[in-house]
Design a protein. Structure first.
Length: 123
């Protein structure tokens, strides 16, 4: 800044005489919207969100318990299936079939005979 400008700045910055000052007056406050409805709306939204989260969490927990119960039931059914397949395999064994046939009064055949059917059919 130049020396000329510096001198002018100092002159304009001096306070005005007391008689020439404008008088201060009270200014009306700008009307603002009441905050209570906005706060109530925000609290309501937060409350609804919290209740929604609790319901979702409860639903997921219930589904988790049901899934665990169903997995246990499936495991029990697999064990039962394995036991039943083992029993069927035991009862289908040749020795077991012969024993049950003997208990029913069947006897083994002394001589075996085979019936051979010719492929040619004569009229």
């Amino acid at each position: 800044m130049s020396a000329v400008n510096a001198g002018n700045t100092a002159k304009t910055a001096s306070p005005a005489p007391a008689g020439n000052r404008p008088r201060l007056r009270v200014v009306q406050a700008v009307a603002t919207a009441p905050r209570a409805p906005f706060v109530a709306l925000v609290l309501t939204i937060l409350g609804v969100g919290l209740i929604g989260l609790l319901l979702i969490s409860s639903s997921l927990q219930q589904g988790s318990f049901e899934l665990r119960d169903l997995e246990q039931r499936a495991q029990e059914l697999r064990a039962t299936e394995t036991a039943l397949l083992h029993d069927i395999a035991q009862q289908a064994a040749p020795d077991e079939l012969a024993l049950r046939a003997e208990q029913l009064g069947m006897v083994p055949a002394e001589d075996r005979r085979f019936l051979e059917v010719s492929r040619e059919v004569s009229p």
